[in-house]
Ligand binder design. Structure first.
Ligand code: ATP
Ligand code: MG
Length: 372
C-alpha cells in the first residue's frame, strides 16, 4: 500500500496543498504546533476510523471555514485508487474511486495504516484501557465486521448501563435486562474471539522482534486476560453462553454499581518479559522495547491479513527512543512506506526518501542534502 499523493483544503491549520510523497521514507519536520501531526491525521482518516487523537470531526475544518476536503491517491492491490472525504458542519461525505459511499467504514477495506505515537510508549505501564484500545484499533482496521460489532457493542453497553441505573429507581424494569444481556453477549462473544486469536498472532510475531531488539536476551509473551472464562475460543456460541452466565452471576453487583462489570470492555492483556509482568517488573527501556515489538508485530499482522503492507505513520516517537531502538525502527521496516514526524531537522544525508518541512501550516518539500 503506497500513497501517491495527498491533497487537502481547509484541513485544520494546513494551507491548501497537494503533496507527492516518496514510496519509501518521508521525514516531516518543523517546530511545535506547525501542523505535522495534522498532516499525519489527514492520512490516517482514510483508514476509515476516527481521529487517532479522539477528535470530533467538526474540529477538522479550518477555523472560520465552512468545509474541509481531503483527497488521497494510492496504490493498492496493484491498481491506482483514490478516496475523498468532505466534511461540512456535522456531515461527512466519502467517495471511493469517484463513487459516493454510505459511510466512512467502507474505507477500512481499501486503505490501511498503522500509527505509532508517544501515547503508545506507555502502553505497558498504563491502565488496561489503552491496551484494549491498541487491540480494538488494530482489529477494527483488519475487519469491517469487527469495527461494526465493536461500535454496536459500545452502544448496547451504554444502553445496558443506563438500564441498570433505571432499575434502581424502578424495579419493574428488571425483566428487560435479559434482552440486553442477549445482545451484549452476542456482540461481545465475537469481539473476545477475535481478540484472543489476534493476541496469539501478535505473540508469534512480536517474539521475533523483541529478541532482535534485546539481542536475544529477552523473551516477550503476551496473553489475553478475560473477565469471561472456560470458553472454547473456536465457538462463538460457547463464548456467548459463558458470557451470559457471567452477566447473571454479576447481576447484583452490576445493579448496585450501575455499570457492567464483565465483558470485553473490562478485559486486558498481560505483557510478560522473561515470564515476569513487564508492567510491574520491567525497566523503562524494557517496557519501551516491548511496545516497539508490539507495534511492529501489528504492522506485520496487518500485512499478512491484507497481503499488503500498511502505510506506517510515526508521530514524534523517534526522539523518545534511544539510538539503538531508533535504528531498529528505521532498519526493520524496509519495504514499507513510512511517514515520520520530528521536531529538529534530523540528519537526512542518508535518507532514502523525501523531506518535508511544515511551517505555520505550509507543507513544503525540501531537497535531501547530498554528501559534500
Ligand atoms: N480546525 C483547525 N483550524 C485551524 N487550526 C487548527 C485546527 N485544529 C488545530 N489547529 C492548530 O493546528 C496547530 C498545529 O497542530 P499539530 O498538532 O499538527 O502541531 P505539530 O506540528 O504536530 O506540533 P508538535 O511538534 O507540538 O506535536 C495547533 O496549534 C492547532 O491550534
Ligand atoms: Mg505533533
Amino acid at each position: 500500500m503506497k500513497i501517491n499523493s495527498l491533497e487537502f483544503e481547509n484541513f485544520r491549520n494546513l494551507d491548501k496543498n497537494k503533496i507527492f510523497p516518496s514510496e519509501s521514507t518521508n521525514v516531516i519536520y518543523g517546530e511545535n504546533a506547525q501542523g505535522k501531526t495534522n498532516l499525519l491525521e489527514c492520512m490516517w482518516l482514510f483508514c476509515g476510523g476516527h481521529s487517532f487523537r479522539g477528535a470530533n470531526e467538526r474540529e477538522f475544518i479550518k477555523f472560520g471555514e465552512k468545509f474541509s476536503k481531503i483527497r488521497l491517491e494510492f496504490e493498492s492491490t496493484d491498481r491506482t485508487q483514490n478516496a475523498e472525504i468532505r466534511y461540512k458542519g456535522r456531515n461527512k461525505e466519502v467517495f471511493i474511486n469517484g463513487v459516493k459511499k454510505k459511510s466512512g467504514a467502507e474505507l477500512i477495506e481499501k486503505f490501511s495504516c498503522v500509527v505509532f505515537s508517544p501515547e503508545h510508549l506507555s502502553l505497558v505501564k498504563a491502565g488496561p484501557g489503552l491496551r484494549r484500545k491498541f487491540l480494538d484499533g488494530a482489529l477494527c482496521q483488519q475487519r469491517l465486521r469487527y469495527a461494526m460489532y465493536f461500535a454496536k457493542y459500545n452502544k448496547v453497553l451504554n444502553q445496558r448501563n443506563a438500564l441498570l441505573k433505571d432499575i434502581n429507581r424502578n424495579t419493574s424494569l428488571a425483566d428487560t435486562l435479559s434482552v440486553w444481556d442477549e445482545h451484549l453477549s452476542f456482540l461481545g462473544a465475537y469481539l473476545v474471539q477475535q481478540r484472543v486469536k489476534y493476541v496469539e498472532k501478535l505473540q508469534n510475531l512480536a517474539i521475533g522482534f523483541h529478541s532482535g531488539i534485546s539481542n536475544n536476551k529477552e523473551k516477550l509473551d503476551i496473553e489475553y486476560v478475560s473477565t469471561i472464562s472456560d470458553y472454547d475460543v473456536e465457538n462463538t456460541a460457547d463464548i456467548q453462553e459463558k458470557f451470559i452466565s457471567r452477566l447473571q452471576e454479576k447481576q447484583r453487583d452490576d445493579l448496585y454499581l450501575g455499570y457492567t462489570t464483565v465483558g470485553p470492555h473490562r478485559d486486558d492483556i498481560n505483557i510478560l518479559i522473561n515470564g515476569m509482568k513487564a508492567k510491574s517488573f520491567g525497566s523503562q527501556g524494557q517496557q519501551r522495547s516491548a511496545v516497539l515489538s508490539l507495534k511492529l508485530a501489528e504492522a506485520e499482522a496487518l500485512t499478512s491479513i491484507r497481503e499488503e503492507k500498511p502505510v506506517l505513520l510515526f508521530d514524534d516517537v523517534l526522539s523518545e527512543l534511544d539510538n539503538k531502538r531508533q535504528e531498529y525502527l528505521l532498519n526493520k521496516i524496509t519495504d514499507y512506506q513510512v511517514f515520520i514526524t520530528c521536531c529538529e531537522n534530523i540528519d537526512s544525508r542518508n535518507l532514502n526518501g523525501k523531506l518535508f518541512e511544515v511551517k505555520s501550516g505550509r507543507v513544503q518539500e525540501k531537497d535531501v542534502p547530498s554528501f559534500g
